[in-house]
Design a protein around this ligand. Sequence first.
Ligand code: UD1
Length: 311
Amino acid sequence: MKRYVVTGGAGFIGSALVRRLLGHGGGEVHVIDNLFSGHEKNLEDVRSKVELHKLDIRDYGGVAAAVAGADVVVHLAAIPSVPRSIHDPVPSHEVNMDGTFNVLRACAEAKVRRVVYSASSSAYGDTEVLPKVETMLPRPKSPYAVQKLTGEYYAGVFHSCFGLETVSLRFFNVYGERQDPSSQYSGVLSLFMRALIERRAPTIFGDGEQTRDFTYVEDVTALIWKAATVPGVGGRVYNAGNGDRYSLNQVWDSLQKIEGVSIPPKYGEPRGGDVRDSQADTTAARRDLGHDPQYTLDQGLRRTLAWYKTQ
Ligand code: UD1
């Protein structure tokens, strides 16, 4: 029986991935999570089918024990958020860099067959060209972007120097069910959803014309599965976006239309470290991994909103 380990498996993307892995059947699913931003509640309906290792990826011994015997490890555990990495850089540095090194080292020691690493579109920074293609020289603008990019470089080097099969996926602003809206550092769409349901104006930092390639979580977990299983892609880096881009103003307009309300947003100062425009070139992921996003933004927003309303 195959054994899958998901670091950050009690988080927003991780818990969606755990459901997908269990849905494929025939495998054992282990989760490593310190429950810092993940929640056991995210795994409520599948809790009896999952082994949860409550530990921090900064604990090498704990990680090594938890990945022993794994066939596939998907490394999602991180302290996300560009502004958090600016306001409080030490924890995000330790988790996103030292923690990632620990996971890769433990996987190499355990001879894990494939490791999928959650890299970030933030690596591109404000490179002029859109959409962003993997061959561009990265231009990280924040500690978070540097940390995620360093993890990606490490994943590549663990492949070339230690023979560990790694695949890095650069996520582009993932949204969907279970994204936690409770912090100032939460993803913008989770904050928009909560504002909409509470009939409050969201705050938009800057003029709202910045654009993002918002990617629905189910499309991301489908791609992770492909990155975990397609042969011959060890050491590679792929964009994991949808291939479109929308401004924050457009998305807030769409949400108001879906709900049939009119709530003008508040505008605040632009946020430090923010990238202006982000859009994935999905050519390589489609060609090599069979990436095939299924959800338009409108479909993803409707499904996500329906879930938030049940909470
Ligand atoms: C960045 C990465 C993304 C990564 C995420 C992890 C880029 C292009 N994307 O997302 O791949 O997964 O970090 O944290 O670098 N905003 C508001 N009002 C709010 C909150 C945010 O206007 O209340 C704005 C931000 O200023 C930003 C946009 O919304 O312009 C998106 O912000 P956020 O959801 O935090 O994600 P990114 O920083 O773009």
